[in-house]
Design a protein around this ligand. Structure first.
Ligand SMILES: Nc1ncnc2c1ncn2[C@@H]1O[C@H](COP(=O)(O)OP(=O)(O)OP(=O)(O)O)[C@@H](O)[C@H]1O
Ligand SMILES: [Mg+2]
Length: 283
């Protein structure tokens, strides 16, 4: 591998602009995403996160600027870009009438993979959905549906995935499960660009965080870099109170399989314990 290839970003966004009639949503957005990293695009409702993801996934044309994904220009090589990515949209794309397994088999067939059944079974196992695989997706909880949605988007092993608000609307346990899934993907070399409006999600997952505000990236850095933007915290001795999320997770547990038809998730002695939630490990 040449030095150039080693340094080439998986995603490069330069001066991207987009307006809808009089509404200028993106006004010159710039950032790079390193291959194999998790990059979080943080912004409030209406900041333009989905608009940017749609441009990068070739669903929408930019008015200005350029962007490359996996080395391909989104405007000039949309076919190659699409082959390099998967997109999990803000609203789940699973077919409710089909079972989880049927959803996966369908996509594997559409992608002309050799053994769709085996691909589906492998993904069901990887996403802790084996037991629920033969149930209709309409019976899944929000977290299970999200995991199935992400599993579907991984068929064909794209090197880059876009996740648009992957945990919006999920309860704390389901969010932690989805976070674990995302970390696992990145640890296997997949580049992840995710959008979120949750600060803690970016804090938990991202190698770099960019803040999209009023059409441009107003900050871009690691969590440590962003924290340094504020004056150092005053040192005070206070008793650390658990957050409501800590209490909630300690009371209900944080097991990976949340299939409500399975045995309940209490421990052997029937009690739950005040464990540290798995998603807190990175702090
Ligand atoms: N096709 C469209 N036509 C007109 N306006 C649009 C269109 N798509 C998006 N917009 C507007 O562009 C702005 C940015 O929308 P976008 O969906 O990108 O925001 P977002 O950051 O994803 O917000 P959210 O967090 O609510 O998902 C909003 O004001 C939205 O109404
Ligand atoms: Mg959006």
């Amino acid at each position: 591998m040449t030095t150039d290839q080693a340094l080439a970003p998986a995603i490069r966004v330069q001066g991207i602009g987009k307006s809808f009639k009089d509404l200028q949503v993106l006004r010159g957005v710039d950032f790079d995403v390193r291959a194999g990293s998790i990059f979080a695009l943080l912004g409030s409702n209406g900041a333009g996160k989905t608009t940017l993801v749609r441009i990068l996934s070739t669903l929408l044309k930019a008015d200005a600027g350029t962007a490359t994904v996996n080395g391909f220009d989104v405007g000039e090589k949309p076919g190659e870009v699409r082959e390099s990515i998967s997109l999990t949209g803000q609203f789940a794309a699973v077919d409710e009438v089909l079972t989880g397994r049927e959803n996966l088999v369908l996509i594997a067939k559409l992608r002309h993979l050799k053994n769709p059944g085996a691909v589906a079974d492998g993904l069901l196992a990887r996403f802790a959905l084996t037991d629920a695989g033969n149930r209709k997706a309409s019976t899944y909880s929000g977290g299970m549906r999200r995991r199935l949605d992400i599993a579907m988007s991984l068929i064909g092993n794209p090197p880059i995935i876009f996740l648009d608000e992957p945990t919006t609307g999920l309860d704390p346990q389901a969010r932690i499960e989805v976070w674990q899934t995302i970390r696992q993907l990145a640890s296997q070399g997949t580049t992840v660009l995710l959008t979120t409006q949750y600060l803690d999600e970016a804090e938990q997952l991202a190698d770099r965080i960019a803040i999209l505000h009023k059409g441009t990236i107003i900050q871009n850095g690691t969590l440590a870099e962003l924290k340094q933007l504020l004056p150092p915290a005053q040192v005070e001795y206070i008793e650390k109170q658990p957050s409501l999320e800590d209490v909630f997770l300690a009371l209900v547990g944080d097991t990976a399989e949340t299939d409500s038809t399975e045995a309940d998730s209490a421990d052997d002695d029937g009690r739950t314990h005040g464990r540290v939630p798995a998603g807190k490990e990175k702090q």
